[in-house]
Design a protein around this ligand. Structure first.
Ligand code: CTP
Length: 407
């Protein structure tokens, strides 16, 4: 389990109501348990016709609850105590019927009483047959629950158990789990921080078909964005093209080339506390992108390149006084010397130096071995770590730098 898992040790009440998608809740319970959460599953009696409670119990290692007053120890895990103890309550799947009861504040089963009793955030993942989710009664119930603060994980479009096609399929387990991370992350140690992260490798057009770029996968920058989100920050992710999906709960601003990234960064850092430039920005671009596809001919083709603006260096002048600026130095030799040089030249607060000639730290890998260097001469050599953990160490350093500034 990752050292910074936001779900670790959290009490999650997972309400399962009687949709045919109830079997997917087993994957939700499994992912939450694997992330270290204590998952109390509460099922309606009808849901138990669709999935056996034992499936959940075997995964969560905790009793599954259903009856309001026939609990193992009513004095301890009573029909309201569960809600009082919860860090978050999620109903997945939430049927049209359960949503209607929650919207009205009815309390005739253990899911509805738990939701009424809790002060924890409520996450709802509706699932119902095609057409039902469009029904104005359902829409109104969902809207009312949203107004009261519930977070709704929208059902997906697709083919239903009935054979009909429409919106109503329960969101996939990873989406539900990710939403819980976003919700539980609020109030973390980066609450009130505005964090701007860049990621991916910029593409500089040669003609409408071709471009100059690099091997950056975007994984490190995306990991920083997700880590900051999980600690409560408001995050803007400015990403050059990447195969990675935009993370939930993060404001994604896609860009293509260095110039677009420059403009997006300049705009985003105005009120930001932290800028993490993890993007591999092209240092050069073709002087002139051809309007039409360049056709081949026998001889050599000369590509004239001109330098791009150094975005990070440029922000030294335009940044607000509070902004902490973090850069990356991907090097193949003289790691520390080159990184220190960049730290000085770009007047950074912190630089993350990594030797990309190492197999596990190269572009596209899931791990990274980095050295963190700060402007006061401080140096931290981290071991080989998964990129999400490296991301949390970078954020720890940013918090330390801010604390030192404030004094
Ligand atoms: N960077 C930037 N704008 C550029 C080029 C780089 O903001 N046009 C940022 C990168 O996002 C990274 C840091 O600067 O955080 C270091 O990038 P790198 O290209 O390694 O540094 P350079 O100073 O360009 O040095 P060199 O290419 O000679 O290694």
């Amino acid at each position: 389990m990752a050292a910074y898992e936001v779900l670790s040790g959290k009490r999650v009440v997972l309400g399962v109501s009687a949709s045919i998608a109830a079997y997917k809740a087993v994957s939700v319970a499994s992912a939450l348990t694997q992330a270290g959460a204590l998952v109390d599953v509460v099922m309606t009696p009808e849901a138990q016709e669709l999935v056996r409670p034992l499936s959940f119990q075997a995964i969560t290692h905790r009793p599954v609850l259903s009856e309001m007053f026939h609990l193992l120890a009513e004095t301890d895990i009573g029909h309201v105590t569960l809600g009082h103890r919860a860090d978050v309550v999620v109903v997945a799947p939430a049927t049209a019927h359960t949503l209607a009861k929650l919207s009205l504040g009815l309390a005739d089963d253990l899911i509805t009483t738990t939701v009424l009793a809790t002060r924890a955030p409520l996450v709802l993942a509706p699932a119902m047959d095609a057409g039902m989710y469009d029904n104005s009664a359902v829409r109104e119930n969902v809207a009312r629950l949203r107004e009261r603060g519930a977070v709704v994980v929208e059902p997906e479009w697709g083919r239903m158990a009935s054979g009909l096609v429409g919106q109503g399929r329960l969101a996939e387990a990873p989406t539900i789990v990710e939403t819980l991370r976003v919700v539980l992350g609020r109030g973390g140690d980066l609450a009130d921080w505005r964090v701007v992260v860049t990621a991916g490798g910029t593409r500089e057009a040669i003609d409408p078909v071709r471009f100059v770029s690099n091997h950056s996968s975007g994984k490190m920058g995306y990991a920083v964005a997700v880590a900051a989100r999980d600690r409560g920050a408001e995050v803007v992710l400015i990403s050059a093209p990447s195969a990675l999906a935009p993370p939930l709960g993060v404001e994604s601003r896609p860009v293509v080339n260095a110039e677009e990234m420059h403009r997006a960064v300049a705009k985003a850092i105005d009120a930001a506390d932290l800028l993490v430039m993890a993007a591999a920005v092209a240092d050069y671009r073709p002087r002139q992108a051809a309007d039409r596809k360049i056709k081949k001919h026998g001889g050599e083709l000369l590509l004239r390149l001109v330098p791009t603006t150094d975005i990070l260096a440029d922000t030294a002048g335009m940044a607000n006084d509070c902004l902490i600026r973090v850069g990356f130095a991907a090097e193949t030799d003289e790691l520390i010397e080159h990184a220190r040089g960049k730290l000085e030249r770009k007047r950074l607060d912190l630089i993350v130096a990594n030797d990309i000639s190492e197999l596990e730290s190269g572009f596209g890998s899931d791990t990274n071995r980095v050295v963190l260097l700060d402007r006061t001469g401080g140096r931290r050599d981290l071991p080989l770590l998964p990129k999400p953990e490296v991301a949390h160490h970078i954020l720890d350093e940013a918090i330390r730098i801010q604390a030192e500034r404030i004094g």
